[in-house]
Design a binder for this molecule. Structure first.
Ligand SMILES: *[C@@H]1O[C@H](CO)[C@@H](O)[C@H](O)[C@H]1NC(C)=O
Length: 576
């Protein structure tokens, strides 16, 4: 009898992948914006000071092969919150614009998707998002707030509804002008040609005055639209919300990170007398341009305003960690620190100085998903008592895995009616497994599958097969203009094979044509691609050029018609 009981217990133990926790852990996610792998001390940077992120690593696990699902913000964030590749949710760009560039356009994470925060709420969690959202605001009309974080599972929201842009640096930088430097000349030329033609048509008697005026209006309205948008990005998109209320427009960037830290600490303090566990996502605007910090960080780093922004973010993380300890959450809280994509190498300020970071030792950066610099992100996880301290995991993992892992940790349910690309990596994090649960991982640029990663059962190698590369400037790992696009790419035929374990910088593609064992690896990856494609079908992009355009009737505005206000909670704060 006893034998049978023990036997049964063993069987049950084997069936349950690893024991669940006997308590509901709190979860804190720190998400940086455009922070590169090489921008963090513990990932090899010896000149930027990130003592607080480094401490998370020495108290927890450093993941050296952790991948974002996309190399740009909107798709990457959608994937982290849903556990699904952007190609499945429609949150992938299909056109020249690769991220959501307007708050007022009706583009957002579909309400049919289930977010991590929504699941946490069903598992009795209190949830908060502090910081950048970038997954939509209104859906059908101004004020419906269908995509607002408060309607996507977050009980509390304080933050920037879209994304930081260099337009509000007050130094004359313009995102759109950096894409089309001759914009005003082009507009001027079109205007002159149009006007002269109209005058000519009237003179020769082909059209009358009335028609001429009508045609003139038709001609100038798109011009007025474009010039207006080009010059008002800060006011159109610099929107700070506290819950559903628009409290600041345009955003004062200098104090923004400071305020994110304060709001996070306030949320933690409120949890002290609360019986619910919590999920808090702190989504920094750093280190996206414009790089504005409090005075006490300005000019203090060795790397200009970019380094200042990293150091301010790190200091905010330190303050929040101290608050966690102070309120007694230090031990039962899992901390996950990561970045939404690689550093933006093409980003330059108005004076030509680089405003982008380092993805060393990987090749390429933001908006280059085919190479690891775009998607391999500095990541650490700390969970005292549950995860070991000071360890490194080199196995390939991805942000979407954290969706599944966290859902499991908090006792939620992973949706069963759809494909989830993330996998529970708790056994790997606890060193109960030593292999990635993924045999294959797929890397997209918009709708194009550009690369596949293969982690075989045996051996050390991680292989990558690349069928499209960005259209780099000769001799550089940078594209022309502000960013690489998914429509100007260089097809690789035959596809390039890399052994990432010996060649992480993807410098030496391996010739496999006359090598049967390598050819077998390539064949396996090719089969995996076609199997994967069958699960994806022909998805429709929610981020086409036209869907992303600014729609005036969606535009939020505080104190109409000035569209100008400041968060009164911080009106007495002096930045000294
Ligand atoms: C450290 O980060 C700065 C800022 O991105 C960068 O300029 C520098 O090259 C990095 N150093 C290393 C060793 O990667």
């Amino acid at each position: 009898m006893r034998f049978y009981v023990i036997f049964l217990c063993t069987i049950i133990k084997l069936l349950i992948p690893s024991e669940s926790l006997n308590f509901k852990p709190n979860i804190v996610i720190f998400l940086a914006d455009d922070l590169g792998y090489g921008d963090v001390g513990v990932f090899g940077n010896n000149t930027v000071r990130t003592p607080n992120i480094d401490a998370l690593a020495s108290d927890g696990i450093k993941l050296t092969h952790h991948l974002a699902a996309a190399s740009v913000c909107t798709p990457s964030r959608a994937a982290l919150l849903t556990g699904r590749l952007p190609i499945r949710t429609g949150m992938f760009p299909d056109g020249r614009i690769v991220v959501n560039v307007f708050a007022a356009n009706g583009v957002g994470l579909p309400t049919s998707e289930v977010t991590l925060a929504e699941i946490a709420k069903t598992a009795d969690y209190k949830t908060a998002l502090v910081g950048k959202w970038h997954l939509g605001l209104n859906k059908d009309y101004r004020g419906d707030m269908a995509f607002h974080p408060r309607n996507r599972g977050f009980d509390f929201y304080y933050g920037h509804i879209l994304t930081n842009m260099k337009d509000w640096s007050n130094e004359g930088d313009r995102v759109l002008l950096s894409q089309r430097p001759n914009f005003y000349k082009e507009i001027g030329a079109v205007f002159c040609v149009g006007l002269l033609s109209l005058i000519f048509l009237v003179k020769v008697g082909l059209i009358g005055r009335g028609l001429c005026i009508l045609l003139f209006l038709v001609m100038i309205s798109p011009m007025v639209y474009l010039v207006f948008v080009f010059n008002n990005m800060a006011r159109l998109n610099g929107l700070l919300y506290r819950d559903f209320e628009l409290v600041e427009q345009p955003i004062h960037l200098e104090t923004l990170s400071y305020r994110y830290t304060q709001e996070s600490i306030k949320f933690l303090k409120e949890r002290e007398r609360d019986n619910h566990p919590f999920l808090m996502v702190v989504s920094w605007d750093h280190v996206h341009t414009a790089l504005k910090t409090l005075k006490k960080f300005r000019g203090k780093s060795q790397h200009g305003r970019y380094g200042d922004a990293i150091e301010e973010m790190d200091s905010g993380i330190g303050d929040i960690m101290n608050a966690l300890d102070k309120f007694g959450f230090g031990r039962n809280t899992m901390i996950y620190f990561t970045s939404d994509n690689g550093a933006h190498l093409e980003e330059t300020g108005i004076n030509g100085q680089s405003d982008g970071g380092s993805n060393a030792p990987f090749r390429g950066g933001k908006a280059h998903p085919a190479v690891d610099g775009g998607i391999r992100v500095p990541t650490v996880i700390r969970f005292p008592g549950v995860l070991p301290r000071g360890k490194v995991i080199e196995e390939p993992t991805q942000q979407m895995d954290m969706f599944s892992t966290i859902v499991r940790l908090i006792g939620g349910k992973v949706p069963k009616d759809r494909t989830i690309d993330g996998k529970d990596i708790l056994p790997l994090l606890q060193f109960k497994e030593n292999k990635s649960p993924h045999e294959f991982m797929f890397h997209y640029c918009g709708p194009h599958l550009q690369a596949v990663r293969y982690r075989p059962d045996k051996g050390k190698s991680v292989w990558k097969l690349v069928s499209e590369l960005p259209d780099y400037k000769p001799g550089e790992d940078k594209c022309y203009g502000l960013a690489c696009s998914c429509s100007t790419i260089i097809k690789q035929d035959p596809p390039l094979l890399y052994d990432l374990t010996s060649d992480p910088g993807e410098r030496n593609p391996i010739t496999y044509k006359s090598n049967p064992s390598l050819q077998k690896i390539v064949d396996k990856m090719t089969v995996a691609i076609s199997e994967h494609k069958k699960t994806v079908g022909t998805p429709e992009s929610r981020m086409t050029f036209f869907k992303l355009l600014w729609r005036p009737w969606f535009q939020p505005c505080c104190n109409f018609p000035s569209c100008s206000c400041s968060d009164s909670v911080y009106k007495d704060f002096v930045d000294s």
